[in-house]
Design a binder for this molecule. Sequence first.
Ligand code: NAD
Length: 354
Amino acid sequence: MIIHDFVYEPPSARVIFAPRSRGRVPEEVSRLSAERVLMIATRAMKPHADVLVQWLGSTVSARIDGVTQHVPAEKAREAALIATDADVDLVMCLGGGSAIGLAKAVAKDTGQPILAIPTTYAGSEMTPIWGVTEGGRKSTGREPRVLPRVVVYDPELTVSLPASTSAASGMNALAHCVEGLFAADAPPITGPIAQEGIRALSTSLPLVIEHPDDLYARSAALYGAWLAGWTLGTVRMGVHHTICHVLGGTFGLSHAGTHSVVLPHVTAYNATVAREPMAALARSLSTADPAGALWDLAHSTGAPTALADLGFHRQDVETAAEMVVEARASDPHPITKEEVYLLLLAAHDGARPT
Ligand code: NAD
């Protein structure tokens, strides 16, 4: 075994994982000694947010119901203003990556801690990565203070997630794990955790689609999402995430769906440049053809497989390729424009990678 040099800064979130763990939120708020909470909730979770607000009583000083994907800078500024005006000392978020993303934007500006209750498999709650979109460009960065202080995983809250969102969001989580395997700066612990995440997600997602109410399948998928977010938090984001951020931030494509489409094609590209992680990925997926297996998983669970279906136009492939190459210019062996162009063309058409 060869251990490469590494830097490891452990993520410090307190994680509570159990069906009905949302009932423990008031206790966690007290544990943080919070007295003025900003509650941010995605629209679909409003009924659950209402219940939490009832439990927390006067501790809730402000609410934001409804969030926008990719965190538009304007919405981030508005939310930070609401937090400042209400003098909040805790930002709570209930929802997927968009609600958590808005909470992170507030935490970045105000320095207040986050208590996150994730309801999709996006994994953002376990990373110190923020993302904000302005002027058609998505910027991301890392700051320890945007990493939630407490994460409450309640698999019951994911039962209402529609099949299409479950599948696409699960593919988003898989992408974090796969990228963790290929990252040159990954500390040695990342690989085994990423592989466990891949196993949990790839085996549970078909069950989640077949039996959406199956709490065991939902728990396994959420467990995979936790490991996926953890994995992404330990590495520098690679070409896969850069491509997805360009497609989401500039071309307005759905975040999770884009990950689902792009992942098999980036994996096919990675197969040509990194053999060892590809072997680990093959083992985790129990296949000799990881790129094909990821495409099959997306296809069989109803997750998107073609960028054309997400509204991406063939004539935009060249511009997107240029933006990706520009964003990856500092890589030791940057991907070429032609490579990204071919990858995006294949992803646009959606054929199974060979
Ligand atoms: P999302 O948060 O936009 O949610 C998708 C849809 O599902 C929304 O309409 C939402 O209301 C609904 N929804 C959420 N939970 C539900 C539930 N349990 N039942 C029914 N409906 C539900 O989508 P997402 O894929 O979770 O997040 C995407 C965003 O997260 C992107 O902006 C992306 O950049 C960000 N993200 C950030 C990181 C990070 O580390 N910073 C990681 C992953 C994703």
